[in-house]
Design a protein around this ligand. Structure first.
Ligand SMILES: [Zn+2]
Length: 95
């Protein structure tokens, strides 16, 4: 009678040989689970990196908005000043 490993199909004459061999598969399985966890962790780290990059992108977009807002504000102030001067002129003509 032969004992066949149902994981890889390897044949053994004795039950003890097969059970010894099966332990090897168990270790391999544990290793692959560890690999899976490491792989998963790496994926999360990669995702974190992407997220950080996205945050930096947000920062640059925000700073652009802030810059254009400052320019807009300056323009509005200039217009207000001009408006004030024009109003003064009108007042002079009225009086
Ligand atoms: Zn096997």
């Amino acid at each position: 009678m032969t004992f066949v490993c149902n994981t890889c199909g390897k044949k053994y004459k004795f039950q003890s040989g097969l059970s010894k061999h099966k332990k090897k598969h168990k270790v391999q399985k544990e290793i692959s689970v560890t690999d899976l966890i490491i792989n998963f962790k790496n994926q999360i780290l990669a995702m974190e990196e992407v997220r950080v990059l996205r945050e930096e992108e947000h920062e640059s977009v925000l700073s652009k908005i802030a810059k254009s807002w400052t320019e807009e504000k300056k323009y509005i102030e200039e217009l207000e000043e001009e408006n004030f001067k024009l109003k003064e002129k009108i007042r002079k003509y009225e009086s």
